[in-house]
Design a protein around this ligand. Structure first.
Ligand SMILES: *[C@@H]1O[C@H](CO)[C@@H](O)[C@H](O)[C@H]1NC(C)=O
Ligand SMILES: *[C@@H]1O[C@H](CO)[C@@H](O)[C@H](O)[C@H]1NC(C)=O
Ligand SMILES: *[C@@H]1O[C@H](CO)[C@@H](O)[C@H](O)[C@H]1NC(C)=O
Ligand SMILES: *[C@@H]1O[C@H](CO)[C@@H](O)[C@H](O)[C@H]1NC(C)=O
Ligand SMILES: *[C@@H]1O[C@H](CO)[C@@H](O)[C@H](O)[C@H]1NC(C)=O
Ligand SMILES: *[C@@H]1O[C@H](CO)[C@@H](O)[C@H](O)[C@H]1NC(C)=O
Ligand SMILES: *[C@@H]1O[C@H](CO)[C@@H](O)[C@H](O)[C@H]1NC(C)=O
Length: 495
């Protein structure tokens, strides 16, 4: 579904000299010939050819990197990248077939970030259409027992990184408690626990900051929220939280609601459970303990005194080189409990087994409303467009479908805008199921669920055809009592 649309086959524009190519490539690899090449060495270089030659049109080149076993990790780092932007792609899969999860789809001239596969395989595909070619890519790969060899900042024990010093994350690439929590918090459990009124990964965002105009890192993709695009994110003042719903990743359309609470600087799922993308210190300690008690050394140690066990384990692993690697856990982090998480606003767990909630979608639109937010439309996993209006009550953590009895319903839409204006909602623009760009505006007032009716807004001035727009943004400006619309794609330039 998210693969690039294949451009219509045209007449090839570039004639490639095969003889020239073979000569040029002889030093590194043979030209890409639609067969799969398999790499099993610990490290190597993957390229479609040198930068002095272009890949061929209509290419389909496959490289499979195979680790010694499924517990190993394969990291690919790009050295050079050059494909026709949004037509020719380098796809990277975490597996040995195209059904495996897609880790990246890269196009253009910017070297992508490192990609790590965890299945023991990495499949790389260079795909080009029939027009216009560039010099392709060159990437180095390496196979390790731990992700990215723990970035050489930790110990790799049983395929898991135990990071040294101030490093964390699956591959020890993340600095924990950056800037020592800026003096506005304490470093506990490998994260900053901010003082009241401060938020962010290093507690730099001050709730009542009068000056503003500065950026703050609240959270990185490694620390909670599922990576996604084409989702909505709504700040609800009542709960001082950000609600992220829907969108897609490279493999599926998402239906999860994930919540960032500014009071704790952490992400939660809909049931109020803290989201961790990486094991916590406590998880790691338990894991280490399990490994250790399984081994013959375990019998001599008292379970319950984690400190001594950990230190013994760590030093036994490090005996061969104590001087170069810092001893991790020289002081144990406090046990991971919820007591230091300022849990005053913990959402109640949902008790219903039959929770009604919107199905996965992307390209929908949402707006803060009352003690929660509303959302309309979007594209569903089957490609159809929704015309549902949902209300999320952030106080009760409950979804409800609205305007069920409305005699009239706006069409299914995607990439439209939904704007709250006092107690009314305005729906504007977007794309309909046949791809038509809409200039229509609808409104609805929420109240009694049985009596909520959509209305078409009759616009009195201006040319409607001028405002057929999708993927714009819209905001209510209370001072002029207007909805301001900015950007987007208009019908006259659409293709
Ligand atoms: C590669 O393709 C680009 C764009 O089509 C062209 O400008 C360039 O000369 C080609 N390079 C070679 C070595 O053929
Ligand atoms: C996987 O293979 C690597 C390299 O041969 C080896 O170091 C590692 O112990 C193996 N892991 C498992 C779980 O078999
Ligand atoms: C990407 O991988 C290369 C090779 O392993 C490494 O040198 C580089 O530091 C990595 N980059 C990041 C941002 O981790
Ligand atoms: C992996 O990292 C360790 C240090 O943590 C280093 O000694 C070792 O050489 C690295 N292995 C590779 C293959 O780079
Ligand atoms: C947001 O919430 C705070 C605290 O609950 C309240 O003082 C403030 O007036 C609210 N702001 C708006 C714009 O509703
Ligand atoms: C759960 O949903 C099913 C089908 O929608 C319905 O038949 C059933 O009565 C519901 N159960 C509860 C406890 O609401
Ligand atoms: C609205 O629909 C519900 C069922 O969905 C029905 O019970 C109710 O009578 C309807 N209300 C009106 C005003 O039509």
């Amino acid at each position: 579904m998210f693969r690039p649309r294949v451009r219509e086959k045209g007449v090839g524009l570039v004639v490639v000299s095969w003889i020239g190519l073979i000569v040029l490539c002889a030093a590194s690899t043979s030209p890409c010939d639609k067969t799969r090449r398999v790499f099993t060495a610990q490290s190597g270089i993957i390229t479609d050819g040198p930068s002095t030659s272009n890949y061929t049109q209509d290419s389909h080149c496959e490289w499979l990197i195979k680790a010694a076993n499924k517990s190993q990790y394969i990291t690919l780092s790009f050295i050079r990248m050059g494909t026709e932007c949004s037509y020719d792609y380098v796809f990277v899969y975490d597996g040995d077939s195209f059904d495996a999860p897609l880790l990246g789809s890269f196009s253009g001239k910017t070297e992508p970030q490192n990609v790590t596969a965890s299945s023991g395989y990495m499949l790389i595909l260079l795909y080009s259409d029939t027009n216009y070619v560039l010099d392709g890519f060159r990437a180095a790969y390496a196979i390790h027992n731990c992700p990215n060899n723990c970035t050489e900042r930790g110990l790799c024990i049983s395929n898991e990184c135990f990071c040294a010093g101030n490093w964390g994350g699956a591959d020890c690439s993340i600095e924990i408690c950056p800037n020592s929590c800026s003096g506005n918090g304490e470093c506990e459990g490998a994260k900053c626990v901010c003082k009241k009124g401060y938020s962010g990964e290093s507690c730099t965002l001050k709730k009542n900051d009068k000056e503003g105009n500065s950026w703050h890192w609240l959270s990185r993709s490694e620390s909670g929220m599922t990576r996604r695009a084409a989702h909505t994110a709504i700040y609800v003042n009542h709960t001082d939280s950000l609600y992220v719903f829907g969108g897609y990743d490279l493999n599926k359309v998402l239906g999860s609601l994930e919540i960032y609470r500014f009071s704790t600087s952490q992400w939660y799922d809909e049931k109020g459970k803290i989201l961790h993308r990486n094991p916590t210190d406590e998880d790691r300690n338990k894991y280490l303990l399990t490994l250790f008690t399984k081994s013959n050394l375990g019998g001599n140690l008292l379970v319950g005194n984690k400190n001594s066990i950990l230190n013994t384990v760590v030093s036994s692993f490090m005996n061969h080189d104590k001087s170069t690697l810092p001893l991790m856990y020289s002081h144990m982090p406090p046990p991971f409990t919820e007591t230091y998480l300022h849990f005053t606003e913990r959402p109640d767990a949902m008790s219903e087994s039959n929770v009604t909630k919107p199905e996965p979608r992307y390209g929908h639109s949402a707006a803060a409303y009352g003690k929660g937010f509303v959302l309309y439309g979007g594209k569903l996993s089957d490609g159809s467009l929704s015309s549902e209006l949902w209300l999320y009550d952030a106080e009760q953590n409950k979804w409800s479908l609205r305007a069920l009895n409305s005699s009239f319903t706006p069409p299914g839409l995607t990439r439209h805008s939904l704007t709250a204006v006092k107690d009314e909602l305005y729906l504007f623009g977007g794309s309909t199921v046949d791809g038509e760009f809409s200039a229509r505006m609808f409104k609805i007032k929420l109240g009694d669920v049985n009596n909520e009716n959509w209305e078409m807004v009759q616009v009195r001035g201006g040319k409607e055809l001028d405002v057929r727009v999708v993927a714009h943004s819209a905001v209510y400006h209370s001072h002029s009592n207007s909805i301001l619309v900015y950007g987007g794609v208009v019908a006259s330039v659409a293709r």
